[in-house]
Ligand binder design. Structure first.
Ligand code: AMP
Ligand code: MG
Length: 509
């Protein structure tokens, strides 16, 4: 690689602040130090300016030769200490004792404007000791999907890892056919997964399990540092975050697609956008992933899979909870109850909010939950679009029938909606709130825009086949502010035409 910095016509932008390395201070067996493999012709395709600002990273520097060289893995700042993290994981229920970062490298950590420590990682940066038979590379299409879905999650207010940059490598990557390669710079609260604990627990390395637990407490749950029983509280706290996260996915129709334990971040962020998608029509059994043949990770399976994954984490932590294994199990079971509580409260509360229901005299929550479930059942039976139904309800006033037209057309038999709408009208009448206030509230929880799968595919095709990034920019502009109306871009609210439907998504690994 180039050794001297290129001469710039204007004064060079300030370099970025030095990386920090708390993870790299952990014992050597937690990771493998390895440099990225340079790529032939790096080209910056997308830089996330708001995220750069949040991280305090100079956008001009990032977009300049040094920044692009970093994001390609061609030349790193002196303060970077690239490493591949070790982890294991249950993949589709089968335990794999050693997975690890096979194509990703942690460069280091930065402290963002809110004082939070965030990881900077290159995904697709070349082979590592964990690559097994993989090539260590990433394909442009899936990296654009990850970028878009991360920004959509962020816009929706759901905890998520995000992409800072996507750089094309100028090198083909061989999958079923040659595909353009890319490196994604990922930003995460951390990259520690359920599978990170499993890696050490399965080896019987209790010291490492304890060291990792202490690190996670310190980094993500500092309030537990002084707690008398920190590890059981850690399990409960992780479980609560995961329960809330999965509830929030369901509330926007998101299907992760590969909820293996190695794809569950302990920080509670959405991570590893692979064959994921937002659904169009509401169908609890919806699956997109091309390899999920049995629907293990279908939309409505996600809550129970979340608990299964946390149970694997609990198994790892048992020796830290109590020397007596029965006592330890009892403690773990108690801690895991936090998952169901967090899920139920976020999900049921979220659904009531989506329908504008407030607790009021003469209302009761069980009846409200029944009203919600009744609607969902009708939506599933009558192929209603999930996002558009709730958004149209936000604009409706049940006492003014013409305002219901946009909701009715979501159902392939409008009568199925009409009978429910009567109950909704009667229920709303029991809360003394002006319609306008309810509608405004509903519009803050019912997005107008999701990254519809066919749109994501169009973006990927345009970028991959024609080098055209305009569709990416346009899709990002709506999904990053999904609760706004974006008049003029209403086409992005439309579900796919029959010929546009994308039924499957692929890992692209
Ligand atoms: P994923 O299904 O993307 O969550 O990845 C599962 C495991 O496979 C992780 O250990 C990844 O690092 C590894 N992996 C995925 N793609 C590749 C690749 N192209 N080269 C090497 N390792 C990979
Ligand atoms: Mg993964």
């Amino acid at each position: 690689m180039t050794t001297a910095a290129p001469r710039l016509a204007t004064a060079p932008a300030a370099a970025i602040p030095p990386f920090e390395h708390s993870y790299a201070t952990l014992p050597e067996r937690f990771f493998a130090r390895i440099a990225p493999t340079p790529v032939r012709a790096p080209l910056l395709l997308r830089l996330n300016l708001p995220l750069a600002a949040e991280l305090g990273l100079d956008a001009d520097w990032l977009a300049g030769p040094h920044g692009v060289a970093m994001c390609a893995g061609n030349r790193l700042p002196a303060s970077a200490q690239p490493l591949a993290m070790a982890y294991a994981g249950h993949q589709y229920g089968q335990f794999v004792p050693s997975l690890g970062d096979g194509r990703a490298l942690l460069l280091g950590e930065v402290i963002d404007h809110a004082g939070q420590r965030r990881d900077l990682q290159l995904k697709g940066a070349g082979r590592t000791p964990f690559s097994r038979s993989g090539d260590g590379r990433a394909v442009l299409g899936p990296m654009l999907r990850e970028y878009i879905l991360g920004e959509a999650m962020q816009g929706l207010g759901i905890p998520t890892t995000r992409a800072l940059a996507v750089v094309a490598t100028g090198e083909p990557v061989l999958r079923e056919r040659p595909e353009p390669g890319a490196v994604l710079t990922r930003v995460a609260a951390s990259h520690i997964r359920v599978g990170t604990f499993e890696y050490f627990a399965r080896r019987g390395d209790l010291d490492a399990v304890r060291t990792l637990a202490d690190y996670v407490i310190d980094r993500h749950f500092p309030a537990l540092t002084e707690h008398a029983a920190p590890y059981v509280e850690l399990l409960a706290a992780i479980a609560a975050r995961q329960g809330e996260l999965i509830a929030r996915w369901l509330l926007v129709g998101f299907i992760h697609g590969v909820l293996n334990t190695d794809n569950v971040a302990l920080s509670g962020e959405t991570i590893d956008f692979g064959p994921c998608a937002f659904m169009d029509r509401y169908d609890p059994n919806q699956v997109y992933s091309s390899i999920d043949h049995f629907g293990r990770y279908a939309y409505a399976q996600q809550p129970s899979i979340g608990l299964w994954n946390l149970t694997q984490l609990a198994n790892c932590l048992l020796p830290l909870l109590d020397p007596d294994s029965e006592a330890a199990k009892a403690q773990a079971r108690g801690a895991l109850e936090a998952y169901g509580r967090a899920f139920a409260s976020a999900y049921a509360g979220g659904l009531r909010a989506k329908l504008g229901l407030l607790a009021a005299a003469g209302t009761d929550q069980d009846a409200d939950d029944e009203l919600v479930q009744d609607l969902l059942g009708r939506m599933a039976a009558h192929h209603a679009d999930f996002t558009n139904t709730f958004r149209a309800l936000s604009d409706a006033r049940p006492d003014q029938p013409h305002t219901l037209a946009a909701v009715r057309t979501q159902f392939d038999e409008a009568a199925a909606f009409d009978t429910w709408a009567e109950d909704w009208r009667a229920r709303l009448a029991r809360q003394a709130e002006p319609d306008a206030a309810r509608q405004a509230r509903m519009r803050t929880v019912n997005p107008a825009f999701i990254p519809r799968n066919h749109r994501v595919q169009q973006v990927i095709d345009a970028a991959t086949e024609r080098g055209d990034l305009a569709p990416l920019e346009q899709l990002l502009s709506v999904v990053s502010r999904p609760y706004d109306d974006h008049t003029g871009l209403a086409a992005y609210r439309q579900p796919p035409q029959p010929h546009e439907v994308v039924r499957q998504t692929f890992c692209g690994t």
